[in-house]
Design a protein around this ligand. Structure first.
Ligand code: 48F
Length: 264
């Protein structure tokens, strides 16, 4: 008698390969693709999943959470300003009051609860996958992303000549953080202007990023620090309320675009 049920190695391999490939094939076409699994991308994904949309988050690292795992410097505490603590209340993240309207929580607790809530909303993920370009149709509308295996980007050219594959969607959300990697592809082609993020100014930054979150090119929304980089907004450093509420706003805009695409 053994504790665990007997299994052949081939069954374990088949379970992983079969399950992954079925899902991958299903998500070759989705309603919304979110590039980047940091705080803004995760919140956007959760909201869109709750609204019943088919959502794929693509993350180049093998872990989700982006800058949300660590607050600032090497210290794993995150801060939020009112009213963003409402999202912690929704997620069940414990926090304490640091000063009036400023809250502090354990980053691993906040990040893991957000990841779990995004999974609960039905969002699917591709890990270790780099979005290296966009699909843009003749009517100048973003219609998908082009992906490759992340490590390929770090190999010398002679061994990295590996073609990527395209995935189709109605809306792409750039949630890639400070580098705004997705919007940058349009900048490189002269189709979009990017101001580059401004110097740190916490008090101005968070309202600004939420207010400016929106469609920056037909079919492309920029959220979180990617939005700040597109519009030249001040960076906010180790406080995350602006990221969370920007993700919520990005989801609202994405829902409007998806609804428009259904009508047209
Ligand atoms: O950097 P990140 O956490 O972006 P965010 O949601 O939040 C920013 C804050 O963490 C913090 C801040 C404000 O409080 O200043 O920095 O705007 O998460 C971005 C995620 O995108 C992934 C990257 O690995 C990270 O997890 N990413 C970036 N480029 C690509 C990508 C790409 N080309 N393809 C796939 N994933």
């Amino acid at each position: 008698m053994t504790l665990f049920h007997p299994v052949r190695e081939r069954e374990v391999a088949k379970a992983i390969v079969g399950s992954f490939l079925r899902q991958f094939e299903e998500y070759i076409v989705s309603d919304v693709i979110i590039v980047g699994g940091g705080p803004s991308g995760l919140v956007a994904g959760r909201e869109l999943g709750k609204a019943g949309l088919k959502v794929l988050i693509i993350e180049r690292n093998n872990y989700l959470g982006g800058g949300f795992w660590v607050g600032g410097y090497f210290m794993n505490k995150v801060t939020l300003r009112a009213p963003a603590q409402e999202i912690f209340d929704e997620l069940g993240v414990p926090y304490s009051t640091a000063s009036e309207g400023l809250y502090v929580a354990d980053a691993p607790h906040a990040c893991s609860r957000l990841i779990a809530a995004t999974c609960d909303a039905g969002v699917k993920f591709l890990s270790l996958t780099l979005v290296e370009d966009l699909v843009v149709r003749e009517d100048n509308r973003v219609a998908g992303v082009v992906v490759n295996w992340s490590p390929i980007a770090y190999l010398p050219n002679e061994i990295s000549a590996l073609d990527p594959i395209p995935l189709e969607t109605k809306v792409v959300i750039d949630a890639t953080g400070h580098d705004a990697c997705v919007a940058r592809k349009l900048v490189q082609r002269g189709a979009l202007k990017m101001a580059g993020e401004g110097a740190l100014w916490i008090d101005k930054s968070e309202d600004a990023v939420v207010e400016r979150t929106g469609e920056v090119y037909p079919g492309l929304i920029a959220t979180g620090m990617a939005g700040a980089s597109v519009f030249g907004l001040p960076r906010m450093g180790p406080t995350f309320g602006g990221m969370l509420l920007s993700g919520k706003r990005a989801a609202e805009v994405a829902i409007e675009i998806v609804q428009r695409s259904v009508v047209s």
